[in-house]
Design a protein. Sequence first.
Length: 314
Amino acid sequence: MAILVAADFTPEEWAAWWPELLAALPGERLVRGRTSVPDVPDESIDVALVANPPADALRGLPGLRLVQSLWAGVDGLLADASLPISVPLARMVDPGMNEAMAQTALWAVLALHRGLFCYAAQQRRAEWRPQPQRRADEVNVAVLGLGQMGCATARRLADNGYRVTGWSTHAKTLNGITTHAGPASLGQVLVTAQIVVNLLPLTAATRGLLNRQTLAMMPRGAGLVNLARGAHVVEADLLEALDSGHLGHAVLDVFHTEPLPTDHPFWRHSKVSVLPHIAAQTDPRSAARSAAANVLALRERRPLENVVDRFRGY
Ligand code: NAP
């Protein structure tokens, strides 16, 4: 049996991933790309470890029993026509990434709450003007999505004193966090949220969810933090909400087109902070171990972890 590693890694990324994968999967035969080792026939490949795999990388592998994503989000993979329907797809879950996401969200919420983007603008104008200060428990933060990243983020924000409301598909009970579930409750969540942190997966139900209508539900001056996927936000509607003064500021880590085109209005917008999709980077050291755990489960005929529900899309 052999494990195919199909990824669009740069040479530097291969140099970081390859030794970690070899170390995490001792005794396994790893193949880098379909043609890299001619004496490994396609029939012998039973696992594919993938990160933005090249087109058709997963087609024609009759022995395939597990596709393990090396990335947390699987929206791109689910749109790949070569992904075999009958083979389980597992996504990356890594506590290190959840921690990184919680840190990024806390930084963005603190910066919005304490007016730090406003003070940075004032500094550029050499303007000395203190703004009124609010306590954290006077700030309502809504976290959309209470999965791996959303839960870690909601907890971190609540631990820092914020009034946190979480929104998910299914009802949840989380200590110290108000929760709502289902589409009918979204308006209730947004209407009081001075800051919204988006940590939803990109699915048919969530694409374009942050649009003119839903952004208008947020209170005047509210902040938006999008750390999930660019396509959750209708970019023209967000620009309109910022330009009209309805929204105060947006912190954006993800975009419809990445890298963000140099002529995109977000780059130079005074109410937008742009990050280059770094909210929670995959760390090959821990991610390789997480992927290897699922390969071991397959080998030992134990249930696989973090299997994606293709119907719901996450
Ligand atoms: P996850 O564990 O799959 O959690 C998804 C959460 O969203 C769940 O709580 C789910 O509800 C909820 N949800 C899904 N569809 C919904 C809907 N239509 N309405 C309401 N709630 C809905 O996802 P995750 O691992 O936390 O990842 C969150 C996002 O972060 C993804 O978009 C991922 O691509 C992105 N991400 C970004 C970066 C970065 O660096 N920017 C890094 C990694 C991941 P239930 O719990 O009730 O099912």
